[in-house]
Ligand binder design. Structure first.
Ligand SMILES: *Cc1c(COP(=O)(O)O)cnc(C)c1O
Length: 404
């Protein structure tokens, strides 16, 4: 193999390039027609009512926490095996992150551990839960919803790894990640290693109209442009005294008028990024199919191997953002693969043991399943354009590392 093999990579086609270039030649660079087009396309893809495109997945998380009114001191539960942003969004609002351990078989936030926390404190102690469809495996949100109802919690689903992924609910129905039936809000990222790439980019999906409208407002500075919602008087808006204004035969706000009603941000996506996102969305199901084929081949290659302690396996509805092995001598394998130009990756260093969160009191031993998982996990190359011969090369090198 001459070319290095990364763990993940984007796939940009001529159609993608054409979509971006034609948008650059249009009248809009930001917030033009490509934005609602991408939002509608994405909402259709995940079967949600609404979608809000934002500048990246982290901004999506931040806006969700704001829309749900996370306040200083609020306690929110999430998994330590995720990208730090899943937890950080709570800190942006001054809330407190409470980690709970993972299920060692699924690598997902363990609902039983969450229940233990909830049962051990008076109702009202916790405000929300952020489950993560880690590696592309869909969380059973129906179960989390039941728990959330019992304890009056909201749910943000971090679905960055799982566009197109789903779980099977108690009625044997497929529930797509981000669909918004069970979670209040769901978020996605379009960073180049994710399934759909727009450079930087993110999306929030929901079925809740109020939250949807709030998100639109927060995405653009908290600015409102809707007469029926204005708080200042039309006279003030027109720059006139009430006495001057009252002799006019109109009660209209002037066309230039708008109001900033709450503290928002500029978290907009650009039109050319949205064009790239929409173009990529067309191929999303193809990509998913290829990922599932690659996963099945990895599973077949490593079944019954005694150096394997665990692997992602073939699971219905898994979106295979990552294919993970748990192995002995992970460091040795990682370095050996690097020497052979295979750039595997580790997902993730447990969040609670990042120095920032250690300073908040978390320590080694807090979450044995997450910590044990971290000692053994390695993410193998997994992306739709990974060729069969490249995958065979990866598999061959892993076997030769352990079996000589
Ligand atoms: C990528 C990712 C994010 C953050 O997305 P960005 O677009 O990089 O800000 C959040 N959560 C998870 C699980 C991710 O993988």
């Amino acid at each position: 193999m001459n070319n290095p093999i990364p763990y993940g990579r984007q796939n940009i086609t001529e159609e993608d390039i054409e979509a971006v270039v034609s948008t650059l030649k249009s009248d809009y660079l930001t917030q033009g027609p490509r934005i609602p087009e991408f939002e509608e396309g994405f909402a259709t893809y995940v079967d949600s009512k609404y979608a809000v495109a934002v500048s990246n997945g982290t901004a999506a998380l931040h806006l969700c926490a704001m829309a749900l009114n996370v306040q200083p001191g609020d306690k929110v539960i999430t998994t330590p095996i995720t990208f730090a942003a899943s937890a950080n969004c709570i800190r942006y609002c001054g809330g407190e992150v409470v980690f709970a351990d993972i299920d060692p078989d699924t690598y997902l936030l363990d609902i039983n551990k969450v229940r233990e926390f909830l049962e051990a404190s008076p109702k009202g102690t916790y405000q929300g839960i952020i489950p993560v469809d880690f590696a592309g495996r869909a969380v059973n949100l129906e179960e989390f919803r039941q728990l959330a109802e019992e304890y009056d919690l909201w749910i943000i689903e971090d679905a960055c790894h799982a566009p197109g992924g789903y779980f099977i609910d108690s009625k044997e129905e497929k529930q797509l990640c981000g669909k918004g039936k069970f979670a209040d809000l769901a978020i996605f990222s379009f960073h180049p290693v994710k399934h759909i790439a727009s450079g930087e980019g993110g999306m929030i999906t929901t079925n809740d109209k109020k939250l949807y409208e709030k998100l639109l407002q927060l995405r653009t500075h908290g600015i409102v442009k809707d007469e029926s919602k204005y708080k200042n008087t039309p006279a003030f808006a027109s720059g006139l005294d009430e006495s001057q204004y009252s002799i006019l035969d109109t009660q209209d706000y002037p066309q230039w008028y708008m109001e900033m009603q709450e503290l928002g941000y500029n978290y907009r996506l650009t039109d050319f990024q949205a064009a790239l996102g929409s173009s990529q969305l067309i191929r999303a199901d193809d990509g998913l199919e290829k990922r599932r084929i690659l996963a099945a081949r990895y599973q077949e290659a490593f079944k019954n191997k005694d150096f394997i302690k665990g692997q992602s396996g073939v699971i219905e509805g898994h979106a295979y953002h990552l294919y993970i092995l748990e192995v002995e001598d992970r460091l040795g394998l990682y370095n050996y693969l690097r020497e052979n130009k295979i750039f595997a990756q580790i997902h993730y260093i447990p969040c609670h043991l990042m120095p920032y969160y250690r300073e908040k009191g978390w320590q080694e031993g807090d979450f044995p399943n997450a910590e044990n998982y971290y000692k053994h996990c390695i993410s193998l190359p997994m992306y739709p354009t990974l060729q069969e011969e490249e995958q065979n090369y990866v598999i061959g090198k892993i076997k030769s590392f352990y079996e000589g």
